[in-house]
Structures are given as structure tokens and as C-alpha cells.
Design a protein around this ligand. Sequence first.
Ligand code: ZN
Ligand code: ZN
Length: 55
Amino acid sequence: MPDPVRTDEKKCAHQTCTCMVGGERRFCSDYCEDANDSDPTSVCTCDHPGCKSNR
Ligand SMILES: [Zn+2]
Ligand SMILES: [Zn+2]
């Protein structure tokens, strides 16, 4: 059984982004939305904690 998670929070739709997104949004930021359009497999370089360390 996976831990119960808040259903209103999910991972950013960008493949390599690990940010959590709440509500209706699919991406944590406009950056991810753009990046997902051009190259969904690119490393997320948005300035969020967690993604920053991925660089
Ligand atoms: Zn990110
Ligand atoms: Zn993101």
C-alpha cells in the first residue's frame, strides 16, 4: 500500500522535474511548460529547490 498522498498535489508534468504542483496546474512553472513543449526529456533547470541540484 502506498502512503496516502494528498490528491490535490502531483508531480509537475515535465518528465524530469520533481516539483510538486497543486490544484489545476500541470506544471510548476511557465518554464516547465515551455521546456515540455520543446524537449520533454531535457533536464529541468527551473529554479525550484530539488531541480536546481539536478544541474
Ligand atoms: Zn522543476
Ligand atoms: Zn516543473
